[in-house]
Write a new protein. Sequence first.
Length: 246
Amino acid sequence: MRTSNPALRAKALRRPMAGYGAEGAMTVSGAVNKTAFLLILLLFSASWVWRTYFDEGLAAVTPFMTIGLVGGLITALVTIFVNKWSPLTAPVYAVFEGLFLGGITAVFEKKYPGLAFQAVALTFGTLFMLLAAYKAGIVRATQKFKAGVVAATGGIFVVYLASFVLGLFGVQIPHIYGSGVIGIGFSVVVVVIAAMNLVLDFDFIEGAARENAPKYFEWYGGFAIMVTLVWLYIEILNLLAKLRDR
């Protein structure tokens, strides 16, 4: 049950699993349906911000991006710590993230025309490709695979955290945010690791279903997939922007 997604921790799942029979338990198909619904909500709110960008300009979408960022963070934390509320908080999270992603996509699109379509296509293409490979048994979440992805994700988190702390003092980690070979290579690695986290999420949800997690975990599982997808999309945007700068 190892995973690097903070929304999918074994500790979070273990407590509510006991005492649920088959009728009251989550299913993988249910989690898939909930994930699809959350994606629709995210795309709807992102499209609304996107339309506002074209109608009124970038300045008009900045407040929505800020609201989405703060609201999404708060809602995500609430969902993680009180996962029983996920049938309510997961849809709210999806709407907030749509506002944020619509705004940040507009920022990138203004500087790099055509980048938005490429990032969306690559994100969904990666999702469906990995899901198909996982279901076909081509990609397997073995213990070594899980340990490697978790370790790599932890390393990326440490780099980002160190970059944030150093940035408060006006210091920047050299090269990794630039469009040079090192910066592009770093972004490629991060995109690959983010994508591999989807495999861990698929495996974790299947494991939760086998252990008869409660029905509301269908929403919680969908929320967890959304967390990884949002991260993956932002990293793809960064990578494509670096490639454009080259």
